[in-house]
Design a protein around this ligand. Structure first.
Ligand code: NI
Length: 156
């Protein structure tokens, strides 16, 4: 395993819509291991593949350090199937150092995807996990925390 370099704003890859992962073989498995190590090394609670320069729909999340629930999750091709409620939260992003912002998120989520062995995953998420999943899935769509802030400014 190796710690990867985290891409920071305004890296182009962070603005791209990532493509679906079709092959969960050797190179994807290595990427997953490296992303996990990179996330822990950076003391983050989530990391999306575009943040390490790979435009693929793959995220790793572990909110247990801060929220005492859950644990390490690897989600390939995650999709939000259902969401409910609105909540304001203050977030940071490993790709935007020294920046945090309060943005609106859904309070609860139902997410589907596939785990690293190709098995279907279904996740009911609330609290910090729900926020982390929305934040990381945004990365797969080329959406950064900065864009969320700008969108909310425009709404007012
Ligand atoms: Ni981020």
């Amino acid at each position: 395993m190796a710690v990867m370099k985290i891409k920071t704003h305004p890296a182009k890859v962070l603005k791209q819509v990532a493509s679906a992962v079709k092959d969960i073989g050797g190179s994807t498995q290595r990427l997953i291991d490296d992303m996990i190590e990179t996330m822990y090394e950076a003391e983050g609670i989530g990391l999306a593949a575009p943040q390490v320069g790979v435009s693929k729909r793959l995220i790793v999340v572990d909110t247990s350090v801060k929220d005492n629930v859950g644990g390490l999750m690897v989600i390939i091709n995650p999709e939000i199937v259902y969401s409910e409620g609105d909540i304001l939260s203050t977030e940071g992003c490993l790709s935007i150092p020294e920046f945090s912002a309060t943005v609106e998120r859904k309070a609860m989520l139902f997410v589907r995807g596939v785990d690293r062995d190709g098995k279907p995953l279904e996740i009911d998420a609330a609290r910090l996990l729900a926020r982390a999943l929305q934040h990381e899935i945004d990365h797969l769509n080329g959406v950064l925390l900065l864009d969320k802030v700008n969108m909310e400014d425009k709404k007012q």
